[in-house]
Design a binder for this molecule. Structure first.
Ligand code: HAM
Length: 434
């Protein structure tokens, strides 16, 4: 029979890989809670329409969609934001604002095979709903950067690239781009780093834009830093207004001690169609991998999905690129199997006593395994080392007779005898380093 394999783009998590994932999830939870966010979750399967309303073409083309047995068009969630908008929208009045929520869903997208992109991934989503102040934008990016800091990544290793769709819109309108073409222009710019320049210019021209406007759009995406932006468009009142807000934003980031990670980079627009304001992506500084994280303000999505007017902003940070980057910089903690006690035994009576010992130790909260087969003590101690036991509890005929157990510290090799009815207490003290 042919061996059955897993699907391409879907991962098996063997214990070591799961430990890496748990570590990253642990950092996500810790920082999210430290920033005062509450955890929520939604269903992995949603109506297809939740995504076709506003997420944009690219993600809709990647959907795992089908008809369920009740004849509904449904899709596995490719992102969390529409579910969040639906959930918050449904209780908009009752919820205390601003809502600060986080979640770590597994998401599904039928992606082309490429480095850093799979067909499932876990993604931290951190969102603030019901707040229009730019302070919230700064807080959000600070939380994203704080996560990277917590893993040990520094400002030479990761960068935040920040842009603002309202700045871009003001510039493009000034250049003569029509309102209903703006979203299409963003979609082309989003592909800037993935496609050759000539192809992009052709795409912009296909939108009905003349060669002059096209080259000015391209030049705009090359602007870096507020000074360049000011020098180029500071005299245009509608742009100047937005530049002023961006500079307040940067000031807040400075106070939140993350400004050294941040670059203003107008080539970032974000691919998803619902963003309306400041947007950002976190990248490895050398840009050899895909984005680690992306997000921004999406003030219209709750109206589109749930018919309520609530400003919103958030980001998604995936586990795939982050794991790769941490591995590259040797920042993943070393994973060693570790348990408190291994119970070794010799002789039938000791075998029964070993089970009682394991039961007593586990009741005392100590992780414990026992040997399944009677073997030489040396082989049993070897197994104890293999499972990472800190202590072995050794029971042979003499120990049974004396109602004792021999405990062995596996790192020093020191042994001592303990009365069996004191075993749990002694081992608990030992394990706690008392
Ligand atoms: P996104 O840019 O599509 O945004 O995804 C965010 C992050 O998830 C990416 O930067 C990447 O690290 C990871 N990611 C996305 N797709 C894949 C994939 N196929 N394989 C591995 N990792 C992937 C969103 O999803 C928005 N909903 C984020 C958001 C939340 N915006 C506001 N709130």
């Amino acid at each position: 029979m042919v061996e059955l394999k897993g699907l391409p783009g879907f991962r098996d998590f063997y214990p070591e890989e799961l430990a890496a994932r748990s570590y990253i999830m642990g950092v996500w939870h810790e920082v999210a809670l430290r920033f005062g966010f509450e955890e929520y979750d939604g269903p992995p399967l949603e109506t297809l329409e939740l995504y076709t309303r506003k997420s944009g073409d690219e993600i809709v083309q990647q959907l795992y969609e089908f008809e369920d047995k009740g004849g509904r068009r449904v899709a596995l969630r490719p992102e969390m934001t529409p579910s969040l908008a639906r959930m918050v929208g449904a209780r908009a009045r009752a919820l205390q604002k601003p809502v600060r929520w986080f979640s770590t869903p597994q998401l599904f997208r039928y992606e082309r095979k490429q480095r850093g992109r799979l067909r499932e991934h876990f993604q931290l989503n951190l969102d603030i709903i019901g707040e229009s102040s730019v302070l919230a934008d700064a807080e959000l990016l600070a939380a994203g950067i704080e996560i990277l800091k917590a893993t040990g990544l520094n400002a030479t290793q990761v960068r935040a690239r920040v842009s603002d769709r309202r700045v871009l819109a003001a510039i493009f309108r000034h250049l003569g781009v029509k309102e209903d073409t703006l979203e299409d222009v963003y979609q082309v710019i989003d592909r800037l780093e993935r496609e050759p320049r000539g192809r992009l210019e052709a795409r912009l021209e296909e939108l009905g834009l003349g060669p002059e406007i096209v080259s000015e759009i391209v030049a705009t995406t090359e602007l870096r830093g507020l000074d360049e932006l000011r020098a180029q468009f500071g005299a245009v009142a509608s742009v100047a207004e937005r530049i002023a807000e961006l500079s307040v934003y940067l000031e807040h980031l400075e106070d939140l001690a993350v400004a050294e990670y941040v670059d203003i980079d107008l080539s970032v627009v974000r691919g998803l169609a619902y963003y309306t304001g400041i947007v950002f992506e976190l990248w490895d500084a050398r840009r050899q991998l895909r984005a680690i994280c992306g997000g921004g303000r999406y003030d219209d999505l709750l109206r589109i999905i749930a018919n309520v007017d609530m400003p919103a902003l958030g980001f998604g940070m995936g586990d795939v690129v982050l794991t790769e980057l941490l591995r590259e910089h040797r920042l993943l903690p070393e994973f060693r199997r570790s348990i408190d006690c291994f119970v070794a035994w010799m002789g039938a009576d000791a075998g029964r006593q070993a089970l009682r010992a394991a039961q007593v130790l586990r009741s005392a909260g100590l992780s414990t395994v026992f040997e399944f087969r009677e073997r030489r003590l040396g082989s049993q101690l070897k197994s104890a080392n293999q499972v990472g036991a800190r202590f072995s509890v050794i029971i042979g005929p003499e120990e049974v007779e004396a109602k004792q157990a021999r405990i062995r510290d596996m790192s020093s090799g020191d042994e001592r005898l303990v009365a069996f009815d004191q075993l749990a207490r002694v081992m608990r003290d030992e394990a706690n380093g008392a």
